[in-house]
Design a protein around this ligand. Structure first.
Ligand code: FE
Length: 204
């Protein structure tokens, strides 16, 4: 099988009480896993099975006949970033380069936090909220529906929050706002976000 479900970078219970082991059991063990299985099924015997996941996402974006491949490839990609964007004891204000970039782009961490929560709660239905960098390195917040991913618009994805109901329903029921606040205040792995930025910059 060309694509694999990555292991979580922490134990399932490590993010409690902000994200429960049960949520991760379903979200990683069932939802993410299913996207990977479905993707493998769909790409079997096509040129996509030889590509890197990122290239599958890029090449199928906006192409209706490969819509199912895009959805499952992007969902596979998005969830992997999401797991890496969290860590036990995370959240709160960032440090490193990203801290200054957030100040420049949003006028301070508090305004960034407010804008991120607004974008996440304003997304009707399922989707993702992102902190991205444009090709000039300017940060922005993007909200995408369903499996959408800003890399298909030439953005660098630095941080993402899954706002599909399956991400929070077991822990927060219908209160997406409390989930997004917990994500920002208690879970974000800013060290990873900083590392992502450095690596992407080197690669550019
Ligand atoms: Fe999800």
């Amino acid at each position: 099988m060309p694509f694999e479900l990555p292991k979580l970078p922490y134990d399932r219970a490590a993010l409690e009480p902000h994200m429960s082991a049960r949520t991760l059991e379903f979200h990683h063990g069932k939802h993410h896993s299913k996207y990977v299985d479905k993707l493998n099924e769909l790409v079997a015997g096509t040129p996509f099975e030889k590509l890197e996941l990122t290239d599958v996402v890029r090449k199928t974006a906006g192409d209706e006949k490969n819509g199912k491949i895009f959805n499952n490839a992007a969902q596979t990609w998005n969830h992997t970033l999401f797991w890496n964007c969290m860590t036990p004891g995370g959240g709160g204000k960032p440090d490193g380069k990203i801290a200054g970039m957030i100040d420049d782009a949003f006028g301070g961490y508090d305004r960034f936090r407010e804008a991120f929560v607004k974008a996440a709660t304003g997304r009707f239905g399922s989707g993702w909220t992102w902190l991205v960098a444009d090709p000039k390195g300017k940060l922005g917040i993007v909200s995408t529906p369903n499996a959408g991913n800003p890399l298909t618009d030439g953005k660098t994805c630095l941080l993402t929050c899954d706002v599909w109901e399956h991400a929070y329903y077991l822990d927060y029921q219908n209160e997406r706002v409390r989930f997004v606040q917990a994500f920002l205040d208690r879970l974000v792995n800013w060290e990873y976000v900083n590392r992502q930025w450095e690596e992407e910059r080197k690669a550019a």
